[in-house]
Design a binder for this molecule. Structure first.
Ligand code: ADP
Ligand code: MG
Length: 251
């Protein structure tokens, strides 16, 4: 299944993508994560130190192939993505979109077009999981880049501004025709946080999981990556709910 993770800046999207990716690997899935943020930091979060070739870095790929479809025209499987664009760590394969080159010069547009095509044509097996770490806010949704995902995971916290972004995100996702949308409550500290989130979201949006405020994550962020081998029962539970709520119906 292809899932996109969205939400306001700083809400915990990248952390969640990395944690879910590891959980999916532990459950036996083949996992590809795509960092679609123009200020990418999923590699650091996954503990990947080596430099990563981004799709946007490859001018030839972007300019020549976006128009013609390129490798995406061939209905690629996850394995067909040229290995030089992916780095692997503990079974998680990472693809970085990239984009902004220098202050005032950057536009991630061609790379975004490539991402849209990739999401549209990538053939996933039942045991494949593609997790997309989206740019903060509603940019990708506004441009329709992610219309071809099976589901959208909206990360929220209990503060009003984050929940307002969440509401706009849900609206746009629905306009794009994304059928399966669930919310995940992050950095939950008490029942009031949970209740505020439940009350603010449309009643037909399932809150598929609730991740407490975890000091391990705050401390680990000082050096960049997730703690080695770190997991949490809330992530294990969330994965089970996501499999049930977001997996495409079998043909
Ligand atoms: N449940 C949590 N408990 C404590 N800290 C968290 C939690 N989730 C995320 N964080 C921290 O919040 C910061 C922002 O998270 P990040 O995943 O980078 O957000 P985003 O990708 O949405 O901008 C990071 O330092 C991360 O370690
Ligand atoms: Mg992020």
């Amino acid at each position: 299944m292809k899932l996109a993770v969205a939400g306001k800046g700083g809400v915990g999207k990248t952390t969640l993508v990395a944690l879910l990716a590891r959980e999916a690997v532990a459950q036996g899935y083949r996992v590809l994560v795509v960092d679609a943020d123009s200020d990418p930091n999923l590699a650091t979060t996954l503990g990947i130190d080596e430099s990563v070739v981004t799709l946007a870095d490859d001018e030839e790929l972007v300019t020549d192939r976006v128009g013609s479809g390129g490798f995406v025209r061939l209905n690629p499987t996850v394995d067909d993505i040229p290995p030089r664009y992916t780095v692997e760590r503990h079974g998680v394969r990472l693809l970085v979109l990239g984009g902004i080159r220098g202050g005032g010069t950057g536009c991630a547009c061609p790379a975004n077009t490539l991402l849209m095509a990739l999401l549209a044509h990538l053939l996933v097996r039942e045991d494949d999981v593609v997790l997309l770490d989206m740019e903060a806010g509603i940019e990708h949704l506004g441009r329709g880049t992610v219309r071809n995902v099976d589901g959208l995971i909206l990360v929220v916290e209990s503060d009003r501004k984050t929940l307002e972004t969440g509401e706009r995100t849900i609206g746009l996702a629905r306009e794009l025709g994304i059928q399966r949308i669930v919310a995940v409550a992050n950095r939950v500290r008490d029942n009031e946080d949970s209740q505020r989130i439940r009350d603010a979201l449309p009643s037909d949006i399932e809150v598929a999981g609730s991740i407490p405020y975890l000091d391990e994550l705050r401390l680990a962020a000082r050096s960049g990556g997730l703690p080695e081998g770190f997991s949490h029962p809330s992530i294990v539970e969330l994965w089970v709910r996501l499999e049930r709520s977001l997996a495409p119906a079998s043909p």
